[in-house]
Design a protein around this ligand. Structure first.
Ligand code: ADP
Length: 558
């Protein structure tokens, strides 16, 4: 059982409460948080306010440029009727905000036109204007020149031309008294100045008019150019735009957009829905898991209580049978009815075997209770595994003989390293394994004990050729009280504690138990105990001892 499973089992109530309470409290906390955020959002999320704000920014910009253009480009026809003196600045002395170039075009009435460019900052003529600006001006002037040549009348209204996004122009035809166009004045808008200075200024100065200062942080205003790239944003962009507005008429392909740093009420509603749904699903899953866990725990408890009842009945029977035999043989001997020495020895042997079985049973129960209550202690000492096996086997001599079993012990050529164990506890492990091998051998009468050493572990395998175990039972036989409830096992009495003890004792020695079995062919239980490696000196001493022992045996044989 993993640590986690153990924890679950011991704290079932706590785990059950947590599986229900944690999702429930999280749901409540999230609800509270989302509602308070929603409340916060609603003040800055008012759609009308945001639309009004965007409209206002756009209007400000339009007003600024139109006002400037009207002031600067309002050139009377009389001042150009006799041609323009290139050296004098024809646009008056007022400041020309927002323009990067000014130009004035004059027509000679015969299809000819002259365009002169001026720098608005130092108010002087630009002798070599950039080619793209010349091209834009020519493009605008061309239709006016044709109208001039044809002598057609037209109005002198301010017009905006945005065909070249780098050189947007505001221009005004110059009309004489006969309503005939005789020239034109234009200003090419400074895109740098607009995007980097004028637009940000307008956006930030307009903000307080629409949003209280503590809410301005919750608003993000962004401007996108004709390529949909961000020109300016009041804060790092986060989320999606809530409203966007085209900045007509100048920069009509740019967009000004606004978004709330918080979600809009609609987004909140959608988010809330998803969140609630997810949590409801999670809670349902948690509740179902809780119910399944509780049911499984109840089922386990029922199984355990059934197992305990079986255990009590098995143990009572286990105690009664040997006690009855001991009493009967004891009575025979007491009454002196048996005079034959062989018979007396035989009865004595029965009494010894039965009392050994009783001792083993009582030892198992006592040890099990000590392990369960955490009181089991071990007394470790360096032990020779081979000697331990032989001394344990000795205690089985009579039983094996009575039941006609042959036990073969197979030892490796080289001496086994010692193990650091509690000899009594490991002896009890071997007794349990041997006892099982005898009990579940069926018709077979051969048992093999193999000793070995590999990968730093000493192995002791107990193999029988009896009834064997199915795969499913192999997983369960080490559980406390577990007994296979079919066939021979059903008739053979036992407590169901032996293998649980074996596993526990071996694990307490930092070893492990493995099982290979096949129904009808027998089982091999192998215990693996960490070897205490010998130094080279100890090994050679041990070899010598062994050789001397063998020599003695030969001498004895002679
Ligand atoms: P029990 O006192 O019943 O023998 P154990 O814990 O020693 O309890 O064994 C648990 C169960 O494992 C036994 O009831 C038996 O069904 C099965 N078992 C143990 N050893 C063997 C074996 N050598 N061959 C077949 N089955 C075995």
């Amino acid at each position: 059982m993993t640590k986690f499973q153990k924890f679950l089992r011991n704290h079932i109530m706590l785990v059950g409460m947590a599986t229900v309470l944690v999702p429930l409290l999280s749901l409540l906390a999230l609800q509270y948080w989302s509602l308070s955020e929603l409340e916060e959002t609603s003040t800055v999320a008012d759609v009308v306010w945001r639309k009004n704000y965007l409209n206002d920014v756009s209007k400000e910009i339009k007003f600024f440029y139109r006002n400037n253009a009207e002031k600067v480009l309002n050139i009377p026809a009389s001042s150009i009727e006799n041609g323009v003196s290139p050296e004098t600045f024809p646009f008056g002395k007022c400041s020309v905000d927002g323009a990067k170039r000014l130009f004035i075009a004059t027509f000679d009435g015969k299809g000819g036109a002259e365009i002169i460019f001026y720098d608005p900052y130092d108010q002087s003529r630009t002798l070599k204007p950039p080619e793209d600006e010349v091209r834009t001006a020519n493009m605008l002037v061309a239709p006016l020149r044709i109208l001039n040549e044809e002598g057609r009348a037209m109005s002198g209204a301010l017009t905006i031309e945005e065909r070249d996004p780098e050189n947007r122009v505001m221009f005004k035809p110059i009309i004489n008294d006969e309503a005939r166009v005789i020239g034109a004045a234009g200003m090419i808008i400074d895109k740098e100045l607009f995007g980097k200075i004028y637009l940000p200024q307008t956006i930030t100065t307009t903000l307080p008019r629409f949003f209280p200062s503590d809410k301005q942080d919750s608003i993000i205003v962004t401007v996108y150019d004709e390529k949909n790239q961000v020109v300016f944003s009041t804060q790092p962009i986060k989320g999606l735009d809530d409203e966007s507005y085209v900045m007509a008429p100048l920069y009509s392909d740019w967009r000004i957009a606004i978004r709330s740093r918080h979600r809009t009420p609609a987004q909140w509603a959608a988010w809330n829905f998803k969140l609630n749904l997810t949590f409801s699903i999670l809670m349902t899953v948690a509740l179902l898991s809780g119910i399944i866990l509780a049911l499984r725990a109840a089922q386990r408890q029922m199984r355990l209580s059934q197992m305990k009842t079986d255990f009590v009945s098995n143990v009572s029977h286990e105690l009664r049978t040997p006690l009855a035999s001991i009493r009967v043989f004891g009575e025979f001997l007491k009454m002196g009815r048996v005079s034959d020495e062989d018979k007396i020895r035989e009865y004595g042997e029965y009494i010894e075997t039965e009392s050994r079985r009783l001792t083993q049973l009582v030892n198992n129960i006592l040890d099990f209770s000590r392990i369960e209550s955490g009181r089991k202690t071990y007394d470790f000492s360096e032990t020779d595994p081979s000697a331990l096996v032989h001394s344990t086997l000795k205690t089985f001599d009579i039983q094996l003989k009575q039941r006609g079993f042959n036990v073969h012990v197979k030892e490796p050529q080289s001496p086994l390293p010692p193990v650091f164990v509690d000899g009594e506890a490991i002896g009890q492990v071997l007794i349990n394994l041997l006892d099982n091998a005898i009990k579940y051998s069926g018709e077979a009468r051969e048992i093999e004990i193999r000793l070995g050493h590999a990968n730093g572990f000493v192995q002791v395998a107990v193999e029988d050729h009896g009834i064997g175990l199915t795969r499913e039972d192999q997983q369960k036989v080490f559980d406390k009280f577990y007994r296979v409830c079919t066939g021979l096992v059903h008739e053979t009495r036992g407590s169901g504690l032996g293998l649980a003890l074996v596993k526990h004792i071996i694990e307490a020695h930092k070893g492990r138990v493995t099982l290979e079995s096949e129904p009808g062919r027998g089982s091999t239980f192998t215990i693996h105990l960490p070897a205490k490696e010998r130094t080279a000196e100890e090994t050679s001493e041990r070899k010598q001892e062994r050789a001397a022992g063998e020599q003695l045996k030969i001498v004895g044989g002679i």
